[in-house]
Design a protein around this ligand. Structure first.
Ligand SMILES: [Mn+2]
Length: 325
């Protein structure tokens, strides 16, 4: 853990032109952290741009200021003196945005993943933080006054990475900062409506097919299912639409570990792990080339067979149900 937040704040104060980079396949925390930090820096009179390589899920774009995020091509000519990555545990997580760093390390990295490797000139990472957006808030409130828009986009990351204030990482700090942000004008209703209530009919069809393939073992403690390319095709869904389905498996009574295998494109398998009370799924994900948190982790395997991966990963995950594995 590297925990010198003052060094980060001083570096940002000294910057004039800043490039803020999030990770590929962004979640609410990533989007929130990028946009919030850009707005904070702009409030300070600096030139700041935010970048995420690849697609941003469409429903986030309903939230104010999310459309300020640019893609890699838009920023090739952007000159900056300070680069910052947020919510990324290692350099490869920023995808093609690495090209904007032109072979240099990021000047600052801000993260809360347990598997963080420390890859910048100044690193701040601490897995005690529920969200990168919590760290961003600790930086932001030292530097600027929060208006309603800034507060709302900062709250997005805190809300989403805590599962809307219900995961085990929902600590005192989360509630007290969230209260401060709501006091500054953020609407949790607008955030929850945008993030939680956007399911399409095609996604509901995929959900029912996914549950039709559900396997339960180890006295109900381990539950897993899969989404094949064929299932995605005939329901008219993309792999992004399948992203949140692992949470639906974990929601079942008695399930400690939920796994969802997503085959997309053919030959590639993305695996999402969730645990409920005690199992450390980040260890399993790490063994298969991924990473993440104790309760939520994932990995992507290229050039593999879906059924073979299911057999391997499920066998390894059974071990994770035992203490200290
Ligand atoms: Mn995060």
């Amino acid at each position: 853990m590297k925990k010198d937040l003052d060094a980060v704040v001083e570096r940002l104060k000294a910057a004039k032109r800043v490039l803020v980079i999030g990770h590929i396949k962004p979640d609410g925390d990533d989007i929130s952290s990028v946009v919030t930090l850009v707005l904070i820096l702009r409030k300070l009179g600096k030139v700041a741009e935010g970048c995420i390589a690849g697609e941003i899920p469409w429903f986030y774009k309903d939230l104010a200021d999310v459309p300020l995020i640019k893609n890699v091509d838009d920023l090739r000519d952007f000159e900056y003196d300070t680069s910052v990555t947020v919510d990324a545990s290692e350099l490869s997580r920023i995808g093609d945005a690495v090209e904007l760093l032109k072979g240099k390390k990021p000047d600052v990295t801000i993260d809360h993943h347990q598997t963080n490797v420390g890859f910048g000139e100044i690193d701040f990472y601490d897995s005690a933080y529920a969200a990168a957006a919590v760290i961003i808030y600790e930086i932001g409130k030292q530097l600027v006054d929060y208006d309603a828009r800034l507060a709302e986009i900062n709250l997005l990351g805190i809300a989403t990475d805590t599962g809307f204030f219900k995961y085990s990482n929902t600590d005192y700090k989360v509630f007290s900062y969230a209260a401060e942000l709501v006091k500054a004008g953020a609407s949790i209703q607008r955030i929850s409506s945008a993030v939680l209530e956007h399911r399409t009919l095609n996604e509901v069809k995929l959900l029912s097919e996914m549950f039709a393939k559900l396997h339960i073992e180890e006295d109900g403690k381990l539950a897993w299912s899969y989404v094949s390319t064929e299932m995605l095709r005939h329901t008219g869904c993309t792999e992004d639409d399948a992203g949140g389905l692992v949470g639906e498996i974990r929601s079942m009574y008695g399930v400690e570990i939920a796994i969802l295998f997503i085959e997309w494109p053919e030959g590639d398998v993305h695996i999402s792990f969730r645990s409920k009370n005690y199992a450390d799924v980040s260890k399993v994900a790490l063994e298969f080339g991924g990473g993440g948190h104790v309760r939520a982790a994932g990995c992507s395997c290229k050039g593999v067979d879906l059924e073979e991966m299911i057999n391997k990963v499920v066998a390894r995950t059974r071990q994770a149900l035992k203490p200290d594995k």
